[in-house]
Design a protein. Sequence first.
Length: 115
Amino acid sequence: MKVMAWLVLVGSILMALAAGLAVPIARQFLSDVGLPTDLLALGSAGGLIAGVLLMLIGVVLFLIFYARGESIFLQLAIEENTRMAAALLLRAAEEDKKTGAGAPIRPIYYGDVVD
């Protein structure tokens, strides 16, 4: 997921640059060919707006994919830690059974109530 996040970010940067440069180039091409340039009403500003929007969308998608990747790593770390803690507790319980020595049971006090 993290690799996908970086690919999305790089792709959005390239698309934003292409969109920002495409409109002025297309306008120049249309005027050279003799076609009306009214199709590109916003001109360079339209390319700049499109580029900024593509960049913002790319950054948001990057953050979403990166967070999902980190979430997967976090879940795996929690699972590994839980397995290790369970194994250590099991080993400690088995050692207590073998030696016959366990912690003495003491009552737990909750204020005035003894459990």
